[in-house]
Design a protein around this ligand. Structure first.
Ligand code: NAD
Length: 325
């Protein structure tokens, strides 16, 4: 059955890919984005666009929406350390305003972009949802606070919600007729697009932050999930959301790749030598972050189908080349 969905942050990387998937599935999509880190041209053709802020959500959330998919947030870990107030205001204050608007309008279904950063340094790997949550930066703390807020909204007011805790989102989504949707953060902080910038000649070398971790090649291991696999999970989450329940699901491939493996894969895909420079470890960077996606498999019926790192990098490379300099 087709529905009408409000997509906050739909001019950003993940939100635009999910909005495009919703349109392809025959749904009506309204994107709400203040363009603080997003791009007007990333909003899929076919979606309505409101340039506005989630902190003013009451102006736009009305009873005609079947659900809200909430991507809008500030999400730069480093910036959150030096400007925590921005993160508490936008991520927590913004979501509080959104939840209030949904309550007033009677919109009772939410899918929220949470993050692996809610866990902090994991005690065991792969990480399950019942693992301790002890974020190591304000970004993760604000996302965890929002998860708690959503749980109490579900308990007190019957909201049906799913929080998806993404691990490292990567890759690009190529559509048959509407171009390719990909990652373009500014400043960029994610490893794959940064390494691709070296291949494009936009950077001289890639910094490897620490090569003395207790991992096989000494560099950090992360779980990379293709943005199209992630988008499919959001559509499944809309079906899985039940009134008065807050379901939390990790989303990752369950496979870890080290920083050096990523760099080597980019060398193979692009044919560029990719010089690397070893830099000191960054505080709060765990050695290994790998998801258990067992809950997503069981509760959403989700299965990633694009887990191959070379394929993820090839899609991101195509998008980077398309955008050019
Ligand atoms: N990309 C990842 O690897 C990753 C991992 C874990 C979680 N997440 C979460 O997923 C979501 C999307 O991430 P992304 O990588 O697409 O980021 P992004 O910066 O590309 O997209 C966020 C969008 O939200 C918009 N926005 C921010 N504050 C807003 C506000 N107050 N009102 C309206 N719009 C606002 C921005 O303009 C942008 O278009 C974020 O919530 C992020 O925390 C991302």
């Amino acid at each position: 059955m087709s529905g009408k969905y409000l997509v906050t942050g739909g001019a950003g990387y993940v939100g635009s890919v999910v909005a495009q998937h919703l349109l392809e599935a025959g749904h009506e999509v309204v994107v709400l984005d203040n363009l603080s880190t997003g791009f007007r041209e990333a909003v899929p053709a076919g979606a309505s666009f409101i340039e506005g802020d989630i902190r003013d959500a009451a102006k736009w959330v009305d009873p005609t929406f079947d659900a809200v998919l909430h991507f809008a947030a500030s999400s730069q870990v480093g910036e959150s350390v030096v400007k925590p107030e921005k993160y508490w205001d936008n991520n927590v204050g913004g979501t509080m305003a959104l939840l209030a608007a949904m309550r007033s309008a009677g919109v009772r279904k939410l899918v929220f972009s949470s993050t692996a950063a809610t866990y902090g340094e994991p005690e065991t790997t792969p990480i399950v949802e019942s693992a301790p949550t002890s974020p190591t930066n304000p970004y993760g703390a604000t996302k965890l606070a929002v998860d708690h807020m959503i749980t109490s909204e579900a308990t007190a007011h019957g909201l049906g919600a799913v929080s998806l805790r993404y691990f490292n989102v990567a890759g690009a989504y190529r559509t048959p007729s509407h171009g390719t949707f990909g990652e373009r953060h500014d400043p960029e902080s994610h490893l794959i697009p940064l390494v691709l910038q070296v291949a494009q000649g936009k950077r001289d070398a890639i910094s490897v932050f620490g090569d003395d971790y207790p991992t096989p090649d000494g560099t950090c291991i992360r779980d990379y999930i293709h943005v199209a696999d992630l988008a499919e999970a959001h559509l499944l989450a809309l079906d899985a959301a039940r009134p008065a329940e807050h379901l939390i699901c990790n989303l990752g491939n369950g496979n870890g790749f080290s920083v050096r493996e990523v760099i080597e894969t980019v060398r193979q895909v692009t044919g560029h030598p990719i010089p690397e420079v070893v830099a000191p470890r960054r505080g709060g960077d765990p050695a290994v972050l790998v998801a258990s996606a067992q809950t997503a498999r069981e509760r959403l019926g989700w299965k990633p189908s694009r887990a191959d790192l070379a394929g993820i990098v090839a899609d991101a490379w195509e998008f980077a080349q398309q955008r050019g300099k």
